[in-house]
Design a protein around this ligand. Structure first.
Ligand code: NDP
Ligand code: GDR
Length: 355
């Protein structure tokens, strides 16, 4: 009888939105999953807890800035597949910490792939590239061959990480791939990103917990999909016979204003009555429009998004509404001003009201 060896995967950034969903997906596929986390003053495992998988992920302390933790990771996990999702992922913050963006998001990738090429060259590598690399777009829609024009330190760091991945593939014959993912959101998206900021505010305003929502540029347009769909594309990319790069997108674009209108409509409110804009949320350089062409992913990966724009908004608003109702009923305790915990596992009672 042929016994199939259990596959092993490492996910850096498993505490983030994509990391948590990808871990769940791989566990369901029978993988042994190692996930990396940073030691923080307050633990940050709420997404893994929400998905009910915290006990099934082997958690390894790790920092992209620390070379020794990178080699330790390969020695411990001996992975078949390595998904590099860790990054300082907030574009706005990268303008305030441009050197950190380069160190973590750019050089951090080089540290990993260089270690992989010497310690574990058989390991397949996935790099989380981003539609932000297209920045001031040179072509509409954007494809795998559209030139990059980054508009933030984050995007510049991602371009470097993208090309270093391609370079190691070509120079050292590493199975290294990049998924150029367009924005993807979910009920577990971080609260500082505009979609979750809007859905959370719509729910809170509906329940009388907040009066206004302060945003920046509401005219920018994004190609928004559902994160659960997108982690499946990551896995499919790494299962191909040859390493390659793929655009993963819906092929539709919508403005922040449109997102806000529909989110407030979901709770029977008119967004115009609640939204104010403030330049504090405007970026020094903006990406005005992103729209991806996912034809290659559709053809070669047989991947397609299953959740459309309106459904995505509905999922997110309803989740925030449900959670805030539970909080008001004392069944959930908000954690760290943005996250939700079971009352059985409270970590902090802190909550900061509307800005
Ligand atoms: P999140 O911000 O939710 O997660 C980022 C993860 O990276 C967190 O686990 C975070 O840890 C970890 N991290 C941050 N800094 C370091 C560091 N110095 N060392 C180790 N780990 C670190 O991002 P998403 O899940 O949304 O995105 C995943 C990846 O995909 C990112 O690289 C992002 O840039 C990229 N991407 C995301 C898109 C999207 O729309 N979501 C689109 C295209 C690309 P901690 O929890 O401790 O902060
Ligand atoms: P983005 O996502 O920069 O596309 O990066 P974000 O949700 O932060 O911004 C989207 C657009 O909304 C505008 N905006 C605001 N943004 C935030 N965060 N807060 C506001 O109040 C606000 N008002 C308007 C922004 O200016 C922007 O135009 C995300 C991240 O997940 C990256 O890691 C990833 O690489 C890209 O998506 C693809």
């Amino acid at each position: 009888m042929k016994i199939r060896k259990q596959k092993t995967a490492v996910i850096t950034g498993v505490t983030g939105q994509d990391g948590a969903y990808l871990a769940k997906f791989l566990i369901e596929k029978g993988y042994k999953v190692y996930g990396t986390y940073r030691r923080l003053s307050t633990p940050n495992f709420w997404r893994l807890q929400s998905l009910g998988i915290q006990d099934q992920v082997d958690l390894i302390p790790f920092d992209l800035l620390d070379q020794s933790s990178i080699s330790g990771l390969f020695k411990k996990a001996k992975p078949d597949e390595f998904y590099n999702l860790a990054a300082q992922s907030f574009v706005g913050a990268s303008f305030d910490q441009p050197i950190g963006a380069g160190e973590i998001t750019g050089l951090g990738t080089t540290r990993i792939i260089d270690t992989l090429s010497t310690l574990s060259p058989h390991t397949k590598f996935y790099q989380a590239s981003s539609s932000e690399m297209y920045g001031k777009v040179q072509e509409i829609p954007q494809t795998e061959t559209t030139p990059f024009y980054p508009r933030s330190p984050y995007a510049a760091a991602k371009v470097y990480a993208h090309w270093i991945t391609v370079n190691y593939r070509e120079a050292y014959d590493i199975f290294a791939c990049c998924g150029i993912l367009f924005n993807h959101e979910s009920e577990m998206r971080g609260l500082e990103f505009v979609t979750r900021k809007i859905t959370n505010a719509a729910a809170r305003i509906k329940l009388g917990l907040q009066k206004k929502l302060v945003l920046g540029n509401v005219e920018s347009k994004r190609d928004w999909g559902y994160a659960v769909d997108y982690v499946k594309a990551m896995w499919k990319i790494i299962q191909q016979s040859k390493p390659d790069d793929y655009v993963v997108a819906t092929g539709e674009t919508h403005s922040v204003r449109e997102f806000a209108r529909l989110a407030f409509e979901e709770v029977d409110l008119n967004y115009e009555d609640y939204i104010v804009t403030d330049k504090v949320f405007m970026r020094p350089a903006e990406v005005d429009i992103l729209i991806g062409d996912p034809s290659k992913a559709k053809e070669q990966l047989k991947w397609e998004p299953t959740v459309g724009f309106k459904e995505l908004i509905k999922i997110m608003v309803q989740a925030d509404l449900t959670n805030w109702k539970k909080i008001l009923d004392g069944k959930l305790i908000p954690w760290d001003a943005m996250h939700y915990y079971d009352t059985e596992k409270p970590l902090s009672l802190h909550y900061e009201a509307d800005r």
